[in-house]
Design a protein around this ligand. Sequence first.
Ligand code: M6R
Length: 364
Amino acid sequence: EKAGFEHFMIKEIHEQPKAVHDTINSVVKDGAIDLSEVGLTEEQIKNISQIYIVACGSAYHVGVACQYVFEDLAEIPVRVELASEFRYRKMVLDPNGLVIIVSQSGETADSLAALRLAKKKGVKTLGIVNVVGSSIAREADNVFYTLAGPEIAVATTKAYSTQLIAGYCLAVQFAKVRGSIDDTQYAHLIDEMQQLPDKIAKILEDKERIQWFAAKQANAGDIFFIGRGIDYAISLEGSLKMKEISYIHSEAYAAGELKHGTISLIEDGTLVIGVLTQSELYEKTVSNMVECKSRGAYLMGLTTYGNYNIEDTVSFTVYIPKTDEHFATSLAVIPLQLMGYYVSVAKGLDVDKPRNLAKSVTVE
Ligand code: M6R
């Protein structure tokens, strides 16, 4: 059932082009996004004055990435909340808000409790869920199903990638309905989204190069992931993948925050992975990487084809294809999933069932 792959995780990594394609095609029809199955009317979309994205773990990281997309395209304020915090904080919720709960399993205890709380407070809820008929899917007012198919490996890959797509489709359609983007931008964004599966497949073709680099990092004590904006969201996910399956301590830092404390941890040889997919923030992050280098860090850069001057600063570069920058997470995460995977393999660890972790966290 691993279809010739050594682990479920690498099989599921390779299933991403299809999972992403299927999820896009479940809502994009004739060049337009159709949310009628999700059940949101234009009238409802126009009335949303605040979005709350509530989730745990990688699903929370999807929320962090999509926050930038919703705010920039649809111009709706967004708060991203950890479900385990949201549910215990006495939050004042906007009655015209929309609470989006993101969950692969649809059974995560804290996410389910957060959904119930939002409903009790009378706020509209929408689940982005992978498992059909799961508790969150049943109880949310509206459901956007991700079509990742069954995910077995504890470390999520394809479910995460399809959750991003659900977030993008909602953001792009909200933007269209509310008039914050025009028809040309709308068509462009949908077209860029539809090209993502092929670009993901292209990145996967280069996996041996990442395998080679990852194997050299197997003895690393700490790894830092840094980035700004969407690149910070990508860093969060890259860091979690590294921790959960490779047992290497790692941190994701908003690049501008490093100097406020964490840079003191950089020693000779510490690996710092800079994520640079957002052109407006590129120079700023490069200068943070230079600061790390001058304190002895060993640098890897993850950036878009064309940004070749990164090689003046870093020792190892991974390039990803160009896309609309709102969607860069979908491409940049792939090499980071591969990094986590191949470090774990190089260390001989139980990739699909890392210690102390369960696929679905149904306890609080
Ligand atoms: O089933 P869910 O999407 O609600 O699960 C949320 C987290 O437990 C999950 O994303 C976890 O962080 C993954 N193991 C990360 O790879």
